[in-house]
Write a protein that binds this ligand. Structure first.
Ligand code: SAH
Ligand code: SF4
Ligand code: F3S
Length: 441
């Protein structure tokens, strides 16, 4: 009988890509993937530690597996990802029924960890960081997935050390993949039926900067744009300080590049931006937005904002609201500041009450909800090009795809359309998605 694993993934797209590698490695050990812990011989969590809430969820989830393990002591439990990287051995001490922990640079050694538990019930933890060359040598091959869209890693890690952020501590230093490899991988994916790629990195704008002779991120985009059979390109995430004019121009020049950019603002106050170590002012940010809108008038922006950063005063918060009003983001992901152990901001003094922070958070949300509804309602009764990604969860005969702005649209149509770009008239706008109907070409 074959063995089964259950895998849950938290956090950002980096973890989604890592989970593909985890699934492939376990497949190599003879494991098949199942969708509940109850059916599994091995349970894995791929974790995120970006905010305290995310980290607490890991312990909450592990708690859910304990009764299963009490009943079935042979069950193996492992934790990977950013919490694993940060906690390492400490996790094994805290959670007695946990079998192994593997950090963000040690996914390739998962088979060893699993086998030593299978054979000798030996617990283990691997969290060493690898150097650049070893990491590039170990880059996993992409295996076939029957999907229209795929993530493609272009760089890993982060050198920015924004004062609030755990990512550089849990993902290590920035490493860019050679452009030749990235392009070959995308060509291979397109041959397998992929029509849209999202180029991934914590800060794609600094792609290649540390590698003499490597092309810039804008040049990489141009070369990806030239790949026959590919329909759409997206990328995430962009750091405003590293967004060059050349990259902005790509939005006016490259027909496959979607007209959407996620450009984290974090704060609209120069004083707070400085404390955050972001490397730009609100005026720098607004200038880049103005250039983006001038080269590509249809572009829509989304952003991340932190409310309640240590020392944030009412005037700092008002400066953030002001930028939000000016940019008119289509969506904003807003977070309450969460101190992370080991980051600079965790030690900054803070005199705001949690009530004050929550009140500001709610005010920001109200402004953004208004902006979002204006942005999305503008699509009502228009016809949009939709890349059909698959059958919708909504029900029988329903398909789903996205607009260039990354908005999900559900509509009725035959499955033969999956992988094609079709015109769809938007007939209803809802909070998180739109409803459409096929329009005649
Ligand atoms: N590399 C990406 C984002 C990584 S984390 C970038 O640079 O934009 C995703 C978002 O989580 C961040 O943009 C930030 O808004 C938020 N975040 C990160 N650390 C946080 C913290 N300590 N408290 C609250 N929000 C945080
Ligand atoms: Fe974190 Fe800043 Fe790096 Fe983004 S750029 S991952 S926010 S340190
Ligand atoms: Fe979370 Fe790690 Fe991504 S901390 S946001 S999963 S890099």
């Amino acid at each position: 009988m074959s063995k089964a694993f259950y895998l849950e993934t938290f956090g950002c797209q980096m973890n989604v890509v890592d989970s593909e590698q985890i699934a492939d490695l376990l497949g190599g050990l003879g494991y098949i993937q199942v969708d509940s812990a109850e059916q599994a011989d091995l349970v894995l969590l791929n974790t995120c530690s970006v905010r305290d809430k995310a980290e607490r969820r890991v312990y909450g989830h592990l708690g859910r597996f304990k009764p299963i393990k009490d009943q079935r002591p042979a069950l193996m439990i492992g934790v990977g990802g950013c919490v694993a990287q940060q906690e390492g051995e400490r996790m094994l001490e805290k959670v007695k029924y946990l079998d192994f922990v593997f950090g963000t640079h040690n996914i390739h050694r998962l088979p060893e960890l699993v086998q030593q538990v299978e054979e000798r019930r030996k617990r283990g933890s691997l969290t060493e960081f690898l150097d650049r060359d070893t990491r590039l040598d170990l880059f996993p091959e992409r295996t076939f997935r029957d999907t229209v869209t795929r993530f493609v890693t272009v760089m890993q890690g982060c050198d920015n050390f924004c004062s609030y952020c755990i990512v550089p501590h849990v993902r290590g230093r920035e490493i860019s993949r050679p452009s030749g490899e990235i392009l070959a991988e995308i060509r291979q994916l397109v041959e397998q039926g992929v029509r849209e790629v999202t180029l991934l990195g914590q800060n794609v704008n600094s792609y290649g900067i540390k590698d003499p002779g490597e092309i810039s991120f804008s040049e990489l985009l141009r070369r990806v744009n030239a790949i026959d059979g590919l329909e759409r390109i997206r990328f995430a995430t962009s750091h405003p300080k590293d967004m060059t004019d050349e990259l902005i121009d790509c939005f006016g020049e490259l027909e496959k590049l979607c007209k959407h950019i996620h450009l984290p603002l974090q704060s609209g106050s120069d004083r707070i931006l400085k404390l955050m170590n972001r490397g730009y002012t609100a005026a720098d940010y607004l200038n880049k937005v103005a250039r983006l809108k001038s080269v590509c008038p249809e572009i829509r922006l989304t952003t991340d904002i932190i409310v309640g950063f240590p020392g944030e005063a009412e005037e700092d918060f008002l400066a953030t609201l002001d930028v939000v009003k000016q940019v008119e983001y289509a969506d904003a992901y807003t977070f309450l500041f969460s101190p992370r152990e080991g980051t600079a901001a965790a030690n900054f003094s803070d005199d705001q009450s949690s009530m004050q922070k929550q009140e500001r958070f709610d005010r920001l949300l109200a402004v953004q909800q208004h902006n979002s509804s204006v942005a999305w309602r503008a699509d009502l009764d228009t016809v949009q090009s939709i890349l059909v990604e698959g059958s919708s969860k909504q029900g029988q005969g329903q398909l789903f795809g996205r607009t260039t702005w990354n908005r999900v649209v559900n509509f009725a149509g035959p499955e033969t359309l999956i992988g094609q770009t079709v015109p769809v008239k938007i007939i209803k706008v809802m909070t998180n998605s739109n409803l459409g109907e096929l329009a005649h070409q």
